[in-house]
Design a protein around this ligand. Sequence first.
Ligand SMILES: [Fe+2]
Length: 524
Amino acid sequence: MASGSTAEPNFDLFVTNADAENHARTCYDTPHMPSNIQGTYIVSGPAWWTGPSPGTTGDYQMQGIFDGLAKANTFVIGNKKVCHASKWMNTSIARKAEEIGHIPGMLFEESVPPRPSCPMKNKFCESNVMVDNNWVNVIEIGGRVVMLSDTPHMLVMDLDTLDVTGNLVWSDDKPSGTGPNPDWASPLHAVASGSAHPIPFHNSNTYVDVVTEVMEGPGLCLFPPVDCHFLAVYTFESDVSGMQSRKHLRSLPFSSAPYLHSFGVTDNYIVLPLNQKIGVPNLFKPTLLGLIKKHWFGIYVLDKQGQTVEVFADMDEFVHVHVINSYEDDTGVVIDLGAYPDTPFAKTGAMDIKMFKNKGQRDSNPGRATLQRIKLHLTGPLKGQSEVTKFAGAAAAHADFYRMNPEYYGRSYCYFYATEWWHDESNYASMAIIKHNTCDDTQTYWTKTNFYPGEAFFLSNGGDLEDDGVVVFVAIDGERGASSFITLDAKTMTEIDGASVQLPFHIPFTAHGEFITDHGAITV
Ligand SMILES: [Fe+2]
């Protein structure tokens, strides 16, 4: 087991290989877990960096935290127990890595040593790979658990066995060198990225999603500002259990290709904060860090049909990764998000394994988000103007992984939960779970010495109030050198005795979790 510095014991476990074996379902007594919370919390993340398959040490070491082979974890909650299981994700990229001896395709960072060159007869072999290391997020479509990343491809997972059963197939798929793409994608364009955060209209089964279409053959795009790249906006239905077509709404043209990780959806609008661009990769050994750059397009507000209503570009430029929530008010749209000074998709202590392990480098990382509310006036005397208000919070702290009561997505709301780093404003490994009250702009938080939490997920207990429920998350317990599943009372942000679990092993970095009720539907 890895050890960290004395001051921050075992913080390195976030980037230390998980157990090579899968873990069969093991149950733990949680007598004080609220009895009406029944279902499965699923959360995944990169968990093997040193070889082409779990349990191996190969020639090509991963440098990017996000490049690891993925392991999925489930926590089945109910009957006064929490039962954990985990399994390595059987993705096409994992199978390919096992076959060729290194993780192929678009990586965040090049391996050490660099991957071998492709043979002359197939010199773009690293680019013609379906990238489906989809550990980033989870949604439910037609009763199926679907794993997502910033790719156009979605994977179906069997929740009982944790087996990846294949690509989610759409009736408008057409084949390409990097896997199936929508048949409405623009000719001469590569579907380069998707969003890991499709979201539905409020109380609706209609989800909005996007893909970026990059002009293939950069020579065709040498004369900016030619609008040769597109951000395509489409919808799908989450209650369709069979095959369906994606409904293409609009392909917004741009002279640079936008990169969009998350966005907002209200009753009548789609809100796209466009502040990063993605460049054309090195086709021989494609890597993502350095390819995504800050680029201010403005905030696009589209109607439900995909037509542009207004573009707001009058505010101070920022970069966002995650939207907290968005909703309509009397004169327009409000969008809350975390605003970075520059793209966080850079080689920093948050992305690079070596820098993550270096306390000086991780502590001095300037990539910290400011929580802010942006009011976009669509009508009234301020039509076309924006107003930005920063939320309260420690200036040098950093909060991300925003979650809230899903009943309030797209609605005026009071509470969101987030994971915080630099809680003490000086040490990256000083971590907390914050509860931000947007109605009075105050924060409460949970923190525990040498505990390093992942994303916090709100689970309603059926009460009427927005914060009637619990907050659950996985945290590395630095003193034990293993992970815990922790349950807080969402009202007080205090741990509920008898509702948390101490696992006997660690779970490395994890991303966005989701809760799936026992009857199969996500509690949205
Ligand atoms: Fe995300």
